[in-house]
Every structure is written in structure tokens, then in C-alpha cells.
Design a protein around this ligand. Structure first.
Ligand SMILES: Cc1cc2nc3c(=O)[nH]c(=O)nc-3n(C[C@H](O)[C@H](O)[C@H](O)COP(=O)(O)O)c2cc1C
Length: 356
């Protein structure tokens, strides 16, 4: 069958359809239902403590015996001053007053957490582990590979994809600029050189020998078949899964995506300190006006996250982050099993038409 590729073979799955590990937006039900349908569900574990990750893996394993993945953030170095933190906190004070929040300090960001997340992945013999924001060290790649875990890296340029391949990972996600959420970029500013999926995928396919997974703007079967024609051995979808019943995104945010159009998103660094695509809102507009005060990731994220979480909880989409890709018009209010069934049916229809 056309959909049997190196991705299905290496991951031990039926269809090369990967649900992106979206930190903060996945649930064990989302992950398990994708895997139950023959795709690859992914726990978005970037912000999880090792203890929480351990719990989530156990929950997923209770729901499915099929392969699944864990997605982690490769830690980066960053620099900031207390004065810059105070400056940004002063700017955010008016939001905290309305929401009744204390002024936070940046979190500790102990690199040991990443090593302990890897220990949990190995202890549970997780079949697949994907990474974003960089390439894990040789030591980590060697340990995971020895444990039998299939490794997926993420890239937004040809050079990044080559770095992923060179580091010995098994596959690479080619993340086009249409993609929702944080950009995987680790060699250059995520807000510049935005290369779209249709341009990026074939150039990466021509430049590496490992299988390439297309991501960014793939919302229906047409996007899957187009990616396949461009040489991708699989697809990774984020936004399309956000509006499923099983995603952890708040109902008001799901509705905002369902009501949005292709021009409603922006790539911005102001919410977290790292380039991410989401629905433009008044909080983004306000912070863009003080762009020079924005701290690097993950410090900016630490300073804004309580405001965003409290606002989302209260149903206020103006002061939160609603990460979303440019394919918003194609988003559906659905359930995972129904979505995957339709996605496969649509793709097969396109393949049948191409054969005529
Ligand atoms: C809400 C949201 C959160 C995301 N979080 C992560 C993450 O934690 N790790 C990661 O590798 N990619 C993350 N991504 C990016 C996805 O891996 C993927 O590149 C993107 O969703 C593909 O584009 P699409 O949203 O148009 O499908 C996130 C995307 C969204 C929409």
C-alpha cells in the first residue's frame, strides 16, 4: 500500500500519521486513541516533570497496547538579568492586578530534569521519542538507541535536518512555517527565514537519507497525499488534533480556532521568548509594543504563563495563547477516531483519483 513507508515500519504502526506532541494540549485519551487507530499518538511532555511523565505514560499504557511516542524539549542556554525580569514584570502588573495574581520569579530550569525525563522514557521502554528545539547529546542518543527507542528530531531548514541526521536520529520532522505552536528552529531566529512546508519538504528529502515527516498546515487527506508526493514518508499534525474532543485545549480556545481563518495567526516571540504561531490577540499586540523588553525563552514563558493559564481558565482568549497553524479554516469539531477515519478516507480518494 502507498502509505506503508519507513515511518510505519520503524515505528511499528499501520499509518504514518503522527499526532504532534503538543506540550500542555495532549491527554492520555488523545494519545491512546490516535495509536488505537493505527497512527502514532505522542505525549507532549516538554513541560512535564519526570514524575508527571511517568504517570502519563502509565495512563497511556492502560488505554492502549499500541506504539506511542513521548515528545521532549532539548534544553538551551539562556541569559537574563534581574533588572530585565523586573522591567517585564512591571509591564505585566496590570494584567496580574485584574486576575489577582502574585508576581512570579523565573523557574529554576535544572538541566537534570531533561536527563530524568529520558530515564523515565527508557524505564518504560517507550517505542518512539521525538525532540524539538535542538538535537540531543550523543550520550542521550546512544542510551535511547540502545534501549530500542526510535528517535525523531525536528527541523525548520535543510541545515537543521542535516544536523538531526548527523546526530544519529532515525527520522526528521520538516516543520514548515504554516505550523502552529513553537517553531522547532535551533540554528537561527525562529521569526526569520520562514520556509513553508511545500518548499521545505522536498529540499530536506533531497538532503538527508533518513525518512522525512512533513508538518505544518496538514489538515486533511489532501495534505497527506501532497506531502507523500513531495517525498515525505509520513505526516505530523498538531492543529487538526487540537479541536478534537480529546485535546486538553480549553473549549473557548477550540472555538476560537474553529472560528478563525488563514490570516488570523502570527509568529511571535513575545509570549514565551521563542517564536511560536498562534491566534493574534490583544496580549500579543500589547507585548509586541515592548518587544525590546521581551526576555529569552524560557524566562519570558515563566513570567507570562500564570496570566495566560488563568485567563484561559476564565474563558478569556484575549490574554492567553491559542497556538494554531494557518490551516485553521480546515479545522473540524470532531473526535479522534472519527477524524482519523475521515483523514484516511480522504487521502485514499485522492490516491485513487491520481491513479485514474
Ligand atoms: C498547540 C500546539 C502545541 C505544540 N507543542 C509542540 C511541542 O510541545 N513539541 C513539538 O515538537 N511540537 C509542538 N508543536 C508543533 C507541532 O509539532 C507541529 O510542528 C505543528 O503542529 C504542525 O503544524 P499544524 O499545527 O499546522 O498541524 C505544537 C503545535 C501546536 C499547535
Amino acid at each position: 500500500m502507498w502509505y506503508q513507508t519507513e515511518v510505519t515500519e520503524k515505528c511499528g504502526i499501520q499509518f504514518p500519521i503522527i499526532q504532534a506532541g503538543m506540550a500542555g494540549s495532549t491527554t492520555p485519551e488523545l494519545v491512546a486513541n490516535v495509536s488505537e487507530m493505527g497512527g502514532l499518538g505522542t505525549i507532549g511532555a516538554g513541560y512535564m516533570s519526570p514524575e508527571r511523565l511517568d504517570e502519563e505514560i502509565q495512563q497511556v499504557k492502560r488505554l492502549t497496547s499500541k506504539p506511542f511516542a513521548v515528545n521532549l524539549f532539548v534544553p538551551e542556554s539562556f541569559d537574563y538579568t534581574e533588572a530585565a525580569v523586573d522591567d517585564m514584570n512591571d509591564h505585566l502588573q496590570s494584567y496580574r492586578e485584574v486576575l489577582g495574581l502574585e508576581t512570579p520569579k523565573p523557574a529554576a530550569h535544572d538541566e537534570d530534569v531533561f536527563k530524568r525525563q529520558i530515564d523515565v522514557v527508557i524505564a518504560h521502554e517507550v517505542p518512539v521519542c521525538s525532540f524539538t528545539f535542538g538535537v540531543p547529546s550523543t550520550e542521550i542518543v546512544t542510551r535511547l538507541t540502545a534501549a530500542g527507542t526510535v528517535l525523531i528530531g525536528s527541523a525548520t531548514t535543510v541545515a537543521e535536518a542535516q544536523a538531526v541526521a548527523h546526530a544519529g536520529l532515525d527520522m526528521v520532522v520538516a516543520q514548515g512555517s504554516e505550523a502552529g505552536g513553537h517553531r522547532a528552529a535551533f540554528q537561527q531566529e525562529g521569526t526569520t527565514s520562514l520556509v513553508g512546508t511545500m518548499t521545505l519538504v522536498p529540499q530536506i528529502v533531497d538532503s538527508v537519507t533518513i525518512p522525512v515527516i512533513a508538518a505544518g498546515g496538514i489538515m486533511d487527506g489532501r495534505g497527506w497525499v501532497a506531502s507523500h508526493v513531495l517525498g515525505a514518508a509520513g505526516v505530523q499534525l498538531g492543529t487538526a488534533f487540537l479541536t478534537t474532543k480529546e485535546s486538553a485545549m480549553k473549549p473557548v480556545q477550540k472555538q476560537a480556532i474553529l472560528n478563525s481563518v488563514e490570516t488570523d495567526t502570527v509568529v511571535t516571540k513575545v509570549l514565551s521568548g521563542k517564536a511560536a504561531r498562534g491566534l493574534r490577540n490583544p496580549l500579543i499586540d500589547d507585548l509586541e509594543n515592548v518587544n525590546d523588553k521581551v526576555l529569552p525563552y524560557p524566562i519570558q514563558n515563566d513570567l507570562t504563563k500564570q496570566i495566560r493559564a488563568t485567563a484561559a481558565q476564565a474563558g478569556n482568549v484575549d490574554w492567553t495563547h491559542t497556538w494554531s497553524g494557518q490551516g485553521a479554516r480546515l479545522a473540524r469539531e470532531t473526535e479522534v477516531k472519527q477524524f482519523i477515519h475521515q483523514f484516511i478516507t480522504e487521502a485514499q480518494l485522492q490516491v485513487d483519483r491520481l491513479n485514474v
